[in-house]
Design a protein around this ligand. Structure first.
Ligand SMILES: Cc1cc2nc3c(=O)[nH]c(=O)nc-3n(C[C@H](O)[C@H](O)[C@H](O)COP(=O)(O)OP(=O)(O)OC[C@H]3O[C@@H](n4cnc5c(N)ncnc54)[C@H](O)[C@@H]3O)c2cc1C
Length: 428
């Protein structure tokens, strides 16, 4: 039975306890011998969105045997399955790059098999150019999916599609079995540590970590094309003009909300209503234009929910933390909504004490308000994913709980991988 909780409530006490009973650190509370163990890994990353891909690549680069589990059949999560075709900025809006490392690598992969509108300034630094726009680009989601297929294979990360994580059984501090639903039935993967990049903290929630739920306004993004658009593209010579991205519905903060309904991303009934109502927004917009030979090009293959459930970690990043220096910062992100503010992301926002061998990454880290708006987007997912993958490798090597890692070591490793860990403009 699903019992939705109030917006912002700590779900530990209010949710169905039978969903989260297996994980208990240091003790085998439920035998995993009733499932066949398919393989053993140092690191299993659950969720193949931008955060999960970054985490898996970084863990592999650090020398870990790494598995990436994805319930769909495409990498990229909301950026591909969810048709979000704008890689938001790596800069502060004043010409200064603040996010790099895998966040930058993935920006370039997003436009590798795609259109792009990258400002030449960001490609030719050193030459006498001034930025006319931010370090960001539009991209074709399906092109990004193809380049993610390529990189994940080049990096030799094991990937399993059509594999839905369902439960975690902790047999010891660094020995857990992830129960995964596949076409071969229910199978297990033994792992030392886990990166939860599900966007919904599915693993951390099941393991009993403190979590927070939130609501979504109705919104829907979808692509169409029409004879008119195709003619325009022929005239301009730009294939991007052949497609239209419809951004329908309201924003997460409630502005421009077309209705007052709110939807929880943890209740299957509400997810279904959200998806059907969203697709109807697109249909309503195009059905009167049939004379223009308009057709829907592609529909989202995952619910376009901005927020569902996130970790309540050791530190919750908030709006007031813009420009603040954190000793444990693992990377920076600019505010895509306005030029100027930059957030350092503290490592403590990725971890909690309750689940020593599980770390979060992506849109489900511990952040609220304006800081949530800034850390939930694609480049920030890459930043936190890379940090989580690096931390996972350290936790495996040192057999230390995520919350107990030596932060300066982590920062040094990230810096040598190209990450900008501190914002030069930040103050204590
Ligand atoms: C309508 C909308 C518009 C947006 N616009 C922009 C924008 O313009 N630019 C921008 O940068 N960001 C935008 N965002 C935000 C951004 O797209 C996402 O927040 C970001 O891509 C999240 O990445 P992620 O890897 O953390 O999570 P996700 O992309 O959600 O990836 C999670 C992955 O985990 C998988 N998964 C989930 N549960 C399981 C499970 N149990 N087992 C196995 N796999 C599982 C999912 O299938 C998915 O692939 C938008 C979001 C929405 C909804």
């Amino acid at each position: 039975m699903f019992r939705p909780v109030e917006n912002g409530a700590d779900t530990r006490s209010s949710s169905d306890s039978s969903l989260r009973e297996e994980y208990q650190v240091g003790g085998c509370i439920r035998d995993s011998s009733d499932v066949s163990i398919m393989d053993e890994y140092d690191v299993v990353v659950v969720g193949g969105g931008v955060a999960g891909v970054s985490a898996a690549i970084q863990a592999k680069r650090e020398g870990c045997r790494t598995l990436l589990l994805e319930k769909g059949i495409m990498l990229g999560g909301l950026a591909t399955l969810g048709l979000v075709g704008i890689y938001l900025p790596l800069c502060d809006g004043n010409g200064q790059q603040v996010a790099a490392g895998l966040a930058e690598e993935l920006l370039h992969l997003s436009i590798k098999y795609s259109y792009n509108d990258l400002d030449p300034y960001w490609l030719k630094q050193g030459e006498e150019l001034l930025p006319t726009s931010r370090y960001q680009s539009a991209f074709a989601p399906m092109g990004f999916a193809l380049s993610l297929d390529e990189i994940i294979q080049e990096e030799q990360v094991d990937v399993l599609f059509d594999a839905v994580f369902s439960r975690i059984i902790a047999e010891d501090l660094f020995d857990s079995v992830l129960i995964v639903e596949t076409k071969a039935g229910r199978v297990g993967f033994r792992t030392r540590v886990v990166v939860d990049a599900t966007g919904d903290v599915d693993v951390l929630f099941r393991a009993g970590a403190p979590c927070i739920e939130a609501d979504n306004w109705l919104s829907y993004w979808g692509y169409t094309t029409s004879m008119k658009q195709i003619r325009t593209a022929v005239e301009t010579g730009n294939v991007q003009d052949a497609v239209v991205l419809h951004m329908l519905g309201g924003l997460a903060d409630g502005s421009k909300a077309p209705d007052t309904a709110k939807y929880k991303g943890t209740c299957p009934y509400e997810i279904t209503r959200f998806v059907l109502a969203g697709r109807k927004l697109l249909l309503d917009q195009i059905k009167d234009k049939i004379g223009e030979d308009i057709i829907p090009l592609t529909l989202a293959a995952m619910p376009q929910l901005r927020t569902t459930r996130r970790l309540s970690g050791l530190y919750e990043l908030t709006t007031g933390d813009a420009q603040r220096r954190f000793a444990d910062s693992i990377g920076c992100i600019g505010d895509w909504r306005e030029a100027g503010p930059v957030y350092e992301i503290p490592y403590r926002s990725l971890v909690c004490h309750e689940t020593p061998n599980i770390i979060s990454a992506g849109r489900c880290i511990s952040a609220a308000g304006g800081a949530w708006e800034v850390t939930r987007v694609i480049p920030a997912a890459a930043v936190t994913g890379q940090a989580a993958g690096c931390a996972a490798a350290m936790a495996v090597e040192q057999e230390r709980a995520f919350a107990d890692l030596e932060l300066r070591d982590l920062q040094e490793r990230l810096e040598s991988a190209g990450v900008i860990t501190h914002n030069p403009g930040a103050c204590d």
